[in-house]
Design a protein around this ligand. Structure first.
Ligand SMILES: [Zn+2]
Length: 253
């Protein structure tokens, strides 16, 4: 079985070499390392590919997470992404989060998120790069902005939003990613049920904590099994199809 973990915060993994070894053993052949801010993007550019092996390649993506934009180096981060755009496979993690505590309190923080996301979307469109999008609490705005910007390929990461936003993103040929939360989250499971297998990729969002357990890329198996169960398909077919889709989105061989 060959699997691609399409969304990993590699710079935050405690035992990285061990995690890579266990992932390869579980069938992971590629990891998309996403960045969140200036520092993590720098780490990804300098370090991430050193952890790749013969059997497991690491592909860099650079991003600007909607959390903390009020205190982070937005201009510098976007310049860094622009400067390195030819050496990355995607822009991520990027997006909007209206449930973020500062955004709940302040319209300005929401506006800041939208402005930064708009700049990122234009970079993606202009350079024909796919996106890994965080859309918590801002699902429809994210979908509308992606469509308005004319971006070709966007993955709505760990999508658990309302079904009209799902329908709209699917109508425009975009994708969702399934995480290990597919084993228990009612909203996420519903989204997977309603999304054609062709529009689903897998990920772990390592090192997020699911039900008290810190995840690592090897746990992608949980997302795989949950998708297979929800779609009523064989695990091997889901593995094959999601990997093929991820290869196509990121342009990796
Ligand atoms: Zn993430």
């Amino acid at each position: 079985m060959e699997l691609i973990d399409t969304h990993v915060h590699l710079e935050s993994v405690a035992d990285l070499e061990g995690a890579i070894r266990r992932a390869a053993k579980a069938g992971v052949i590629a990891i998309i390392a996403v960045g969140s801010d200036y520092e993590s993007n720098m780490w990804i550019l300098r370090e991430s590919q050193k952890y790749g092996t013969r059997n497991l390649k690491i592909y860099p993506a650079l991003g600007l997470h909607p959390w903390g934009l009020d205190v982070s180096r937005v201009d510098e981060t976007i310049e860094l992404i622009e400067k390195n755009i030819d050496s990355i496979v995607a822009l991520g993690e990027v997006g909007l989060d209206y449930w973020y505590k500062e955004a709940r309190k302040s319209v300005e923080v929401k506006e800041m998120q939208k402005k930064a996301f708009w700049r990122i979307l234009n970079l993606a469109r202009g350079n024909n790069k796919p996106l890994s999008i965080h859309s918590r609490g801002a699902w429809m705005d994210c979908v509308n902005m992606v469509i308005e910007a004319g971006v070709k390929k966007a993955i709505f990461h760990w999508f658990s939003g309302p079904l009209e936003a799902l329908k709209k993103l699917l109508d425009h040929g975009h994708y969702i990613s399934a995480t290990p939360a597919a084993t228990y989250s009612k909203e996420h499971r519903k989204v997977i049920e309603l999304t054609p297998l062709e529009n689903i990729v897998l990920e772990t969002d390592t090192p997020v904590v699911y039900m008290g357990e810190t995840v690592e890329p090897a746990h992608i198996i949980k997302a795989l099994n949950a998708v297979a169960e929800l779609k009523g398909e064989r695990v091997e077919k889901v593995a094959e199809k999601t990997t093929e889709t991820a290869r196509k989105i990121f342009g990796i061989g």
